[in-house]
Design a binder for this molecule. Structure first.
Ligand SMILES: *Cc1c(COP(=O)(O)O)cnc(C)c1O
Length: 338
């Protein structure tokens, strides 16, 4: 089946132990947070400089979200700030490889590993990035990917993947995403009168049952369609080319924007590779200059977005209510989808 082939190809490409396709990056994050089995009073450390889907699922749990300071050059979690936020209630860390620039994972894992803290990499921006020769999504415990049409690899508009380092997690995600029905999908054998298009659901003793009915937080339908998986599989052939093109465009933009005073570039460490989901740069000349700069680029047909606004300062206050960190995240970066 296309789904199995896409998952296996993505798993090997990423270097992860397991890879399970789902319907979106948001769903991958929701499943990741379910796997944490968070209890009231638990603490989760998160980056505030990200899309809301990274932390939104946490708000369904009675946990304390501690937003962590970021590095002003990379916009990734600052390992020193992270170390200062860890307590004996810290269960997990949620981080993003901002824009496709890998976070400092060796230092982050050195802090979290000895304490048994689970690290979730929101790798939605980082398809094609390399951290010291390894791929995001296989650098910690759980990786979450989005194949939305704005991302580096797409599966017809929506799609996602969750990568997992533990067998029991993979078994659980496999059950949850298929509504916890006690059966497995097997390919039809095909034949002239019955083309092998749709899989059968097969049960151990031929009885259709779902034992999880009525259990809170049990299954959902998060299964990627075969058509989407087929597109994803084909896109894998072109992924290196996509990232190379983004890298070439980013190099040209680097050259162009650094001609202006007060511009700072968003660069990967020399031993790592930026995936350039977003082309990010910083303007240090103040708000007025920034607005002029953005207006000028807009006139030239170059779309610029100010993002992200730190989640603990979000207008809804939804996140601020549970925020206990000391995030001073900047909101002055300009980003552009390459
Ligand atoms: C796109 C994105 C998501 C959500 O992915 P969807 O597939 O759109 O649900 C989550 N986190 C980050 C950082 C993203 O950029």
């Amino acid at each position: 089946m296309w789904r199995d082939r896409f998952e296996e190809r993505f798993r090997r490409w990423c270097g992860a132990r397991h890879a399970l396709s789902v319907t979106s990056g948001t769903v991958a994050l929701e499943l990741a947070i379910r796997l944490l089995d968070l209890a009231p009073g638990d603490e989760v450390i998160a980056t505030p400089q990200t899309f809301q889907a990274t932390v939104q699922p946490l708000l369904d749990h009675d946990v304390r979200v501690r937003f962590c300071d970021i590095d002003p050059d990379t916009l990734n979690l600052d390992p020193d700030a992270l170390a200062a936020l860890v307590t004996d209630r810290t269960r997990a860390v949620l981080l993003v490889h901002y824009g496709g620039n890998p976070a400092d994972m060796d230092r982050i894992m050195a802090i979290t590993r000895p304490r048994g803290i689970t690290v979730v990499e929101d790798s939605a921006h980082a398809i094609g990035a390399l951290y010291r020769g390894r791929r995001p999504g296989a650098l910690a415990d759980i990786g979450c990917f989005s194949f939305h049409s704005t991302k580096n690899l797409t599966t017809l508009g929506e799609g996602g993947m969750i990568t997992l380092s533990r067998d029991d997690w993979a078994e659980r995600v496999g059950r949850i995403r298929d509504n916890e029905v006690d059966g497995v999908y097997v390919p039809r054998t095909g034949g002239a009168d019955r083309p092998a298009l749709l899989p059968w659901m097969k049960f151990a003793d031929g009885v259709y049952r779902h034992t999880a009915v009525g259990i809170r937080g049990a299954g959902t339908n998060a299964t990627m369609s075969e058509a989407a998986a087929a597109v994803g599989l084909v896109q894998m052939d072109s992924l290196d080319r996509f990232v190379e093109r983004r890298t070439r465009i980013a190099a040209r933009l680097d050259e162009a924007v650094s001609a202006f005073p007060g511009v700072r570039l968003h660069r990967a460490a020399p031993d790592s590779r930026h995936a350039y989901h977003l082309y990010t740069f910083f303007l240090t000349g103040g708000r007025e200059l920034r607005e002029r700069f953005v207006r000028t680029l807009d006139r030239l047909g170059v779309e610029v977005q100010l993002r992200y606004f730190p989640l603990h300062l979000s207008p809804s206050g939804a996140c601020a209510a549970t925020a206990a960190g000391s995030a001073r995240a900047r909101s002055t970066s300009g980003s552009r989808s390459t």
